[in-house]
Design a protein around this ligand. Structure first.
Ligand code: ADP
Ligand code: ADP
Length: 763
């Protein structure tokens, strides 16, 4: 069943070599409020544009620069976007521009573009900026006619510039643009918020308020879409013990809330208005990756655009790149605003899209504790355990599971120290209050061990019997997966294992078959990116230095590759992409060439198990020797810092949502398998892994994942993120082949969402 992974070669792939940008000019601008990650997007557009042979222009100061022209529109070079990946805000400047709202202003802008033969425009901004872009494109031919009439351009120029292609990227911390799950800047803003809110009361934008409420386990959240019901003052005061999150525009003032809390509870209360804190700091790993992926997508979309394709927005739905017609997104966004203005809150939530709605549902589920008498009583006992190495976000998952389980009427049991604690009988009932404050804590509060259940089946079966456990939720990494396989394989022998079992992946390595992502890997990525930033900074002032950095991940190159993309690495060595001495030589040569330019730094990442003999020391020594006189080297082994630390907002939310879904599955499966007064579940589909696949959370029988697994190296045989490697190489100035068969197809903003099924659910 196991074996080395041979990289698969399929001939059905579509490569973008056929898409040339020669003779085309692309301009990129950032507009509206700045957002973290905008720079990463600009960098990706510029480099990808240059890579495909196009001319790329910066437009400084957003639409103002486009209207004013002159020096505001400047050709970009490869080096001009160096070292901006880690910088907050927008390096090319953004502004609000009144003139662009007028026809006159847009006429001037069109003139400036035509003079430079720019007919491809990439706009990074919020809904206002994209609405403006849409209007500009609609007016384009009319504007050209006017310019001809006024004698500002000749007919020929009008003819050769007759098509304006526009691609938008949503860069806005508010995440309030319809059609997109995550916008550039939202994740960084969430980072800032949880830094502050982990302990205090706050006000923030409504999406941010909601997601950060999930991330912090806030007791109360005020957002415009969910106005409080009559009597909210009493019920809030009744339960308020921790934090309240208030969104801007929630219809009443944060101060009012403060006064109320002080008056009714006598709590010492402070209101902290986050304001611009949300925009500060460096972009998170997620935002850099999102922006880099979207920037490359934007260029592809521009190259593929024709007279008949509408202006589009590139975005990510789940883990998948998609293109959406700009006009549909704008319309939908305006409808939400209208619904809000008319106080049709349910309608607004529905229009916001499934992701927002799901967050809201999960938040409601976890925060309102009903009186015990109001809860159903299922009479089922559900056990929760952590297995494998600790991963940030495990505790958020446990909290969510315990609370959702209690809400569904189950008795929840916590098992300490994984399968080891299980066979030793370290099992205790866990209550609603026991998991308070767990969301933001790193490590595993339950205790976790790598022990597999295989050798202790009999004792585990006995414990299941003693405690009358009717279902299992395992939160963990590769050992959790193998453990579940062992338990389900032993069902013939032990009736006790004939209960619903589900695992959710939680490991920094992100090496679990059946899931694109696992809980904990985002936190680890941020640790890697932060450290790389510091390392880069340590070298500022020092010229010609190359850092060799070793990351964790076992044989899985996810952390190294995706961390490398976020940190702007020159080369990333991983096990999945074998390399030999010729590659090493080419990489050293590449850095030598780079040192001749104005960018005199390099970062090389190496996954810990990428090659038995080409160790980190070896690579360090090789680079040192070969680079002698050109650059010097330093090495750094990141080690366990990648496993620790407070969970990132993404891991908190992901852990919270996925565990809630897992418990809902347990409830359904328990009902289905309860016959003749007992639970009996022994079919394949009652031992599942809940994973994120592309854009949905999917339940997959663990037995069916066997074939997808390389058990020797503990990785899935197919890994989606390998597709990001060419992207990383292109951005580091390597020539490579880039498979674009998976790049976004034009889709529509859906009003009616597909029904959730038993085996899959929206994220
Ligand atoms: P955001 O893009 O972050 O939502 P704004 O709403 O301030 O920020 O829009 C940024 C800029 O986009 C405005 O200053 C203006 O130049 C342009 N813009 C916004 N809305 C329109 C519109 N309806 N028509 C033309 N231009 C617009
Ligand atoms: P929402 O709360 O709006 O559902 P999430 O916080 O769940 O959003 O995350 C947004 C989406 O971004 C996720 O659905 C996931 O698919 C995607 N995503 C997260 N991390 C990564 C990553 N490292 N690489 C690619 N996609 C990611």
């Amino acid at each position: 069943m196991a074996g080395a992974v041979a990289p698969k070669r399929q001939d059905t792939r579509k490569f973008f070599e056929n898409l040339s940008g020669a003779g085309k000019s692309i301009a990129v601008l950032t507009s509206g409020g700045d957002a973290q990650g905008m720079n990463a997007a600009v960098r990706a557009v510029v480099r990808m544009g240059i890579y495909v042979g196009a001319k790329v222009y910066f437009i400084h100061e957003g639409y103002q620069g486009m209207v004013d022209g002159g020096d505001n529109i400047k050709e970009a070079t490869w080096e001009s976007v160096s070292s901006m990946l880690q910088v907050g805000g927008t390096v090319i400047g953004s502004a609000r521009c009144k003139e662009f709202r007028s026809h006159e202003g847009r006429l001037k802008a069109a003139h400036n573009l035509v003079q430079r033969s720019i007919t491809n425009l990439c706009v990074i901004g919020g809904d206002g900026s994209l609405t403006g872009a849409n209007l500009f494109r609609e007016e384009w031919s009319g504007l050209l006619d006017e310019l001809v009439q006024q004698g500002l351009i000749d007919k020929e120029a009008a003819c050769s510039n007759s098509e304006l292609h526009i691609v938008g990227m949503v860069g806005s911390i508010d995440n309030d643009f319809c059609g997109t799950d995550m916008t550039i800047g939202t994740d960084s803003a969430l980072h800032r918020i949880i830094e502050v809110v982990d302990a205090i009361m706050t006000t923030a934008q409504r999406y941010l308020a909601l997601v950060s409420a999930l991330a912090c386990g806030a007791d109360w959240v005020f957002i415009p879409e969910m106005p409080p019901e009559d009597g909210w003052e009493d019920s809030m005061c009744q339960k308020l013990s921790e934090v309240t999150t208030v969104s801007e525009g929630a219809g009443f003032k944060a101060l009012l809330t403060e006064e109320l809390v002080v008056r009714c509870l006598g709590f010492d209360t402070r209101v902290t208005i986050l304001g611009h804190v949300q925009r500060g700091g460096t972009p998170s790993a997620f935002d850099r990756i999102l922006a880099s992926r979207m920037g490359v997508e934007a260029v592809l979309a521009l190259l593929e655009a024709s007279a008949t394709t509408p202006a589009c927005v590139v975005s990510l739905v789940g883990n998948q790149a998609v293109r959406l017609p700009l006009m549909e997104c704008v319309q939908m966004t305006q409808e939400v605003q209208k619904a809000m203005d008319e106080k049709k809150f349910e309608e607004a939530v529905r229009l916001r899209g499934r992701s927002f709605e799901n967050n809201l549902t999960t938040y409601r589920l976890l925060s309102y504790r009903n009186a015990d008498s109001e809860l159903p009583n299922s009479s089922f006992n559900v056990a929760v355990l952590n297995v494998g190495a600790p991963a940030a976000g495990m505790n958020a998952a446990v909290r969510s599971a315990v609370r959702v389980g209690i809400t569904e009427g189950h008795k929840m049991f916590a098992v300490s120290d994984g399968f080891e604690g299980f066979y030793k009988g370290h099992i205790k009932e866990i209550k609603w209050g026991d998991v308070g404050g767990w969301t933001g804590q790193g490590g595993s509060l339950l205790g976790t061990k790598r022990t597999l259940p295989g050798k202790h089946l009999e004792k585990i079966a006995e414990q299941i019997k003693i405690h009358n456990i009717n279902a299992l939720l395992v939160i963990g990494g590769f050992e959790a997966y193998v453990g579940l396989l062992e338990l389900s394989a032993a069902r013939d022998k032990y009736n006790e294992f004939c209960v619903p079992m589900v695992m959710v992946p939680a490991t920094v390595s992100n090496n679990i078959p059946g899931s694109d992502l696992s809980i904990g890997s985002d936190t680890a990525l941020n640790a890697i990116t932060d450290t790389c930033d510091r390392i880069k900074q340590s070298a500022s002032g020092t010229k010609r230095r190359v850092f060799i950095i070793e990351t964790m991940g076992g044989y899985c190159g996810y952390l190294a590759t995706v961390g490398g993309l976020a940190a702007g690495a020159d080369t990333v060595y991983i096990y999945e992409e074998p390399f030999d001495i010729r590659d090493l030589q080419a990489n050293v040569e590449h850095l030598t060439q780079k040192m001749k330019t104005s960018i005199q730094r390099g970062i090389v990442l190496r996954n810990e198990n990428s090659n038995e003999n080409f160790t980190t020391d070896f690579i360090y020594q090789l680079y040192t020797e070969e680079g002698r006189g050109v650059f010097d080297c330093r090495k750094n082994i990141l080690g366990h810092m990648q496993q620790g630390g407070a969970p990132s907002p993404f891991d908190r939310n992901f852990g919270t949502k996925i565990a809630a879904k897992a418990i809902q599955w347990i409830t359904r499966t328990l009902k289905e398998s309860y016959k003749g007064g007992r639970v009996f579940a022994n079919s394949e589909d009652t031992a599942c892994l809940l994973g994120m696949r592309r854009r949905a959370l999917v339940f997959q029988p663990v037995s069916q994942l066997r074939d997808e697994t390389d058990f020797v190296h503990r990785i899935p045989k197919e890994q989606w993120w390998l597709k990001l490697r060419p992207l990383m190489k292109i951005l580091a100035k390597y020539k490579t082949s880039y498979d674009v068969s998976d790049s976004g197809q034009l889709e529509h903003v859906t009003r009616v969402r597909p029904k959730e099924t038993n085996t899959s659910a929206a994220i």
